[in-house]
Design a protein around this ligand. Sequence first.
Ligand SMILES: Nc1ncnc2c1ncn2[C@@H]1O[C@H](COP(=O)(O)OP(=O)(O)OP(=O)(O)O)[C@@H](O)[C@H]1O
Length: 712
Amino acid sequence: MGGGYTTNPDDYSLLEEVGYGASATVYRAIYLPSKDIVAVKCLDLERINSNLDDIRREAQTMSLIDHPNVIRAFCSFAVNQNLWVVMPFMAEGSCLHLMKSAYPDGFEEAAIAAILKETLKALEYLHRHGHIHRDVKAGNILLDANGVIKLGDFGVSACMFDTGDRKRSRNTFVGTPCWMAPEVLQPGSGYDFKADIWSFGITALELAHGHAPFSKYPPMKVLLMTIQNAPPGLDYDRDKRFSKSFKELVAMCLVKDQTKRPTAEKLLKHSFFKQAKPPELSVKKLFADLPPLWDRVKALRIKDDAQLALKKMPSAEQEAISQSEYQRGVSAWNFDIQDLKFKASLVQDDDENEDTKEDDVNPTSSVNNDASDSKTACGELNSASEIVPSDEVAPAESLSNEGDAPESNMLDKGSILEKSITKTDQLPCTSDKDATQAKTRVLTGRKRQTQSGPLVAGVVLNHSKSERTRYLERSENESSQSIDKIHQVRKAPSFSGPLNLPNRASGNSLSAPIKPTGGYRESLDEKSKANLVQIKGRFSVTSEDLDLVKDIPLSTVPRRSPQDSSLRKSASMGDWIYDSNKMPIPRDNNSSSVHSNLPASFLMPHLQNLFQQTSLQQDLILNLLSSLQTAEVVEASQNGKLPPLPRTSENNGSVEVSDRERLLLTKVSELQSRLTFLTEELTAEKLKYLQLQERVDAITSREEGQKGDADA
Ligand SMILES: Nc1ncnc2c1ncn2[C@@H]1O[C@H](COP(=O)(O)OP(=O)(O)OP(=O)(O)O)[C@@H](O)[C@H]1O
């Protein structure tokens, strides 16, 4: 396809490596027939949680794109286990690499304004054409030698108007956690192009500081912080250098309620961009005195690798991998759950406290964000809990002074405060990222063993009032103290822990609640709104969802093992991906008619039964989740429910502690497997329920039609 470039790999001579990410290495290359310099992005298909068709489609989309601020693919083709995407060479690489090489504390405001404005133009174009980029970040903002700015990397973009499987997969977890909007991180809540606006806001902070907020934390922790903490902003002393309009722009983008975020079109009219100079003036000088891109990238690679080489201890090595990946800002769209848990354990408390002051909490968030923001799509997060820095105690009383929130709301707030990640179990890191320096032209696949599993950590679950009250009483500080205690006992940093779960829930799903009148519904584009069938609790059932369910004849929804499930977990983060290959498809559209002749009265008891089962299973899952919380394990231990930690005078208890930890870890692993299994079952039940409901609706409307005909 396109652009006068052939799809014959022999026509390309790959030169230096000019970039690398989670799934790809990018080379400067010569297109031999014309001697054009191009960039060839070699995507390692084995590392991509997506099938070849999806990626091809993505590349095709890229090739259709025609905007000066969006990178266009000239062509793409498969080479062994790789997909090569040929695109214009952007001689100065990404903003991320530029910052890493020369501006570790970020750019000056004039350059930021130019970069953001061009990026926004790209987003406005993409959104207008129905695309969600889904991976807006400095690493994907590319610069050429003239200061021209283009948004690249459609690795994870989705088409909003697409009606096929890709649209369904919008409920999956792809992207890079630091930049991801809260609604994207909460399975099931649904998101749209406004997710890009959030990422755009995070990118603005990244350009201002040299790194994204929370970037030093492992993905799982970032995920929790994004969901639970106040949106980050430009509110610290170090941000005094920035103008009011820049701060305001960032605050407008980083509103948790997606419906309250402005569109790209609107943002372009913001006063911040009025005085933005053309990028040739403000951006070009950023790289005037720097060595060529490939030398910079090489230096960065060497730095990364040196970091790894320095640390020979297994745990330290893991830490280095974790840190370097995050510092490089790679995408984490192929998460390995075990790996995440492990990495979540690697951040030292000291770091945490320090970073908490800087990144985690936005002291003026309650000002920056619309008050109603706190009660919408993001798990009813609230300003009261959000504005309390996690390193300052937030006593229950102070919450109740926060204003006029009703009591129930306050209880939710309290429960949300229970938010630390514990770091107490030891799970093997299954990732084999080795940061190899091999500059192979054809990338060899580095298999990541990904484990399916629900994103239980990000789940916001329902608790009884007493439980919630208990959580309210247990301040965030207390919980972090208990974690500190664990750490005092446990010295080995390689021991990671079950992720502590936010303790709030609603009755019927593992995802955050969506207000029936707000959140997702309001943010749906017109087309999606038209498709909206109903909102049940937090479930927004669209006709597309029903399409999905339609494909599954009731009798063929088996109780299945996780392995052969046609609904597989996204390797990323616990959302369900529909695997059309495994899902039985009815031969004809009339296959449901057998069932649809059943009277509603016959179906109702079944529906009720299913509903009951679902609730029971949810309770069970809830219990399992609770038992996964290390804080509670510790508490129990202190209450004497678990055998006390043995100590000897010689080893001060360290050997026994390890044994005990292993024991607990085994238990945690078991529970997690059970949880995964139960979650699958639950989803199967939900699908059945939806299918039945659809049929009831069909019967009802047919009956009504018949009645109408009879009346007529
Ligand atoms: N056309 C290009 N010209 C020059 N450099 C490029 C080009 N495209 C990408 N790069 C460089 O390569 C890096 C990695 O590319 P890209 O982001 O597409 O890969 P990825 O594996 O999808 O990365 P990520 O993990 O960030 O999503 C970019 O950050 C950028 O520095």
